[in-house]
Ligand binder design. Sequence first.
Ligand code: MCN
Length: 784
Amino acid sequence: MTAEGIGARVLRKEDKRFLTGNGRYTDDMTMPRMGYAAFVRSTHAHARITSINTDEAMKMPGVDAVLNGHQLVADGIGNIICGWMIHSKDGSPMNMGAYRALESEIVRYVGQAIAVVVADTPQQARDAADAVVVEYEELPVVVDSLDALKEGAPQLHPEAAGNLIYDWEIGEEAATNEAFANAAHITKMDIDNNRLVPNPMEPRAALAHFDPSEEHYTLYTTSQNPHVARLVLSAFYNVAPENKLRVIAPDVGGGFGSKIFIYPEEIACLWATKRVGRPVKWTSDRTEAFLTDAHGRDHHTTAELALDANNKITGFRVKTVANLGAYMSLFSSSVPTYLYATLLSGQYNIPNIYANVKAVYTNTTPVDAYRGAGRPEATYVVERMMETAAKEVGMAPAEFRRVNFVREFPHQTPVIMAYDAGDYEASLDAAMKAIDYGGFGQRRAQSEAAGKLRGMGMSCYIEACGIAPSQAVGSLGAGVGLWESAEVRVNAVGTIEVLTGSHSHGQGHETTFAQLVSDRLGLPTESISIVHGDTDKVQMGMGTYGSRSGAVGMSAIAKALDKVEAKAKKIAAHLMEASEGDIEIEDGELKVAGTDKKLTFTEVALAAYTAHNLPEGMEPGLKEGAFYDPTNFTFPAGCYICEVEVDPDTGVVSIENFVAADDFGTIINPMIVEGQVHGGLVQGIGQAMLENTQYDDHGQLLTASYMDYTMPRADDVPSFKLETTVTECPGNPLGMKGCGEAGAIGSPPAVINAVTDALGIRDMNMPASPNRVWQLIQDNGMKQ
Ligand code: MCN
């Protein structure tokens, strides 16, 4: 334990370079003779390409090449795939349409890449891309998933009849139906989850370089998981064998899930660099990002909750139609299935659950993971239902939840998940106290006296982080294992490099990971470097998503540290002629317990490398690696309460109070965790209040810039009150649960429950924009 160890509010080490403008992002990288790529993109949501004329473009200044999908296919570059196989309830495998990095026959969403231009400058490349003439024969378009399932709807892929990717189910249908047959009360709701665009600060970018002397490729890219990128680019897209491809994800300015996938542009740049014989760089502009970054959410759900006479839940029946856009992306199939429906038990003891999910193709941008991925959608359904059911049976929402909480652990839900530890009532109590629940009536009266409407809404979320274990996810169709790797290298002078397969793109790993090492070895964090994001330095890793880097990535480091400590103790015992069992590590020293004999960690490290006096048979050096495969997910949980005031004249909703009480198990750095929660809350509030992705009937994205897509800003959110409760996670050596997505998962239903409470209505869709709220006020006769 040190002053910078577990639990300390250490300032983020990485901020020194970020705040001084010294971050190095993909677009900052340059190479000699570098060319720039620009993409020719479809202007139609669904059309047959009848011709691609590149004559004019090829004549333009600085243009090196204009490459299209025919050449790509001829060079044997493989199709983009979804790596998680889902089977329909009849046992058939999911129906996946072909997705080429450059399409030359039928385009299926606006913005789809058709050709790539390489030129001397970005402007020349852009101008030449604009000069490529693509002729189309328009095809009928469908953008909404319910419309796509209708008889006679436009068909996207011959492989997916009726646009159906899969028709999947989980839980026991017959038992759930029986619970409904015997119910004392049934609450039924139609619940939509609005489509979101991720919007990380740094847009996607790629810089590819082919070295002909070694037949070797290097790709700098904005990736959350460079090793998975290398694996997929090698094994499935035939770009290059793994030993001939180095993928580097340098500083990455946020991802929120959208930088997990391998996109057409990365494939095209890698392929083009060899063809044109120079490095090729592409950086997305913001409108390209809106059109092509994988979107999130987009569910239509009908949910029913069955209660007995004591208001205990006896059954939950859910039917969801998930819009996956025009093509399947890397993990898209798992989001509305194993990341969504397996969380439909929420924090509650629900004996019978049955969920049916239909995943559907539409002429829209592909949809995949976005902060929370499936779990915000589940929480939104569960917590809208809980609040509504409570009101229908005349119970206070908090009391209705208390009656139904899971209280004994481990708890096996009917939808795969086995919750390991938690205390849901503790977070509920903490949140209610922090928001002064009892004083709400008075505050509401004050608002009413001022001509305003006031409401309070609650959300008790649970999520599953650190998707695991590998064997289990493999049996559920995942194409990769979900372990993590680490290597702890002690240098001869006692400084440390930790190589990790996790990737930090805003989460502060360079600080928290160093805190763990500092805690264990008693060294200052400044002597500990965290190395990540480069496949030539770190052999293999699974990257960062699903709030796994703490619980899984740091557990791998802890395992490697166990081995380092054991070897260091052996060396120290040998040098001090003591018994190994008597050696203790404290404050950067190895001490013989009960004596004043000691060696500094540096002395032991040096001894390991000089190797003049090591125990018989011991190899020189001090460097250990570990792979950690968790035994279960971690289950962060909490209670969020939101209090809003609505101006009935304008429909403007202002969030007056927001309390988040979270249980993340052991916390390494409370300041970083608070930052993670703040970010998540703002994103969740953005979804609930502002963000609304709109397509017109022709499949044109109407909200493709910040003029039309409203992102939350500082004055849209209040100063959050955060509370912490702790139940340690028994499934990993550190007792940690993930914190990176919780805010975005728990907050949307709290906001909408508060707005509907203020308006005195039952149903409404997100976002609670002034226009929508004002209209609801008119429709419900609240305003004359
Ligand atoms: N941590 C801690 N104590 C805990 C849990 C975590 O101190 N009990 C620390 C960790 O050591 C780490 C940070 O909190 O420094 C987040 O850890 P974790 O919850 O494990 O999440 P990951 O590091 O795996 O990050 C992924 C998560 C996800 S899935 C999304 S989406 C998201 C998020 O992180 N994207 C982000 N936060 C983001 N923050 C920024 N700035 N940018 C993004 O793209």
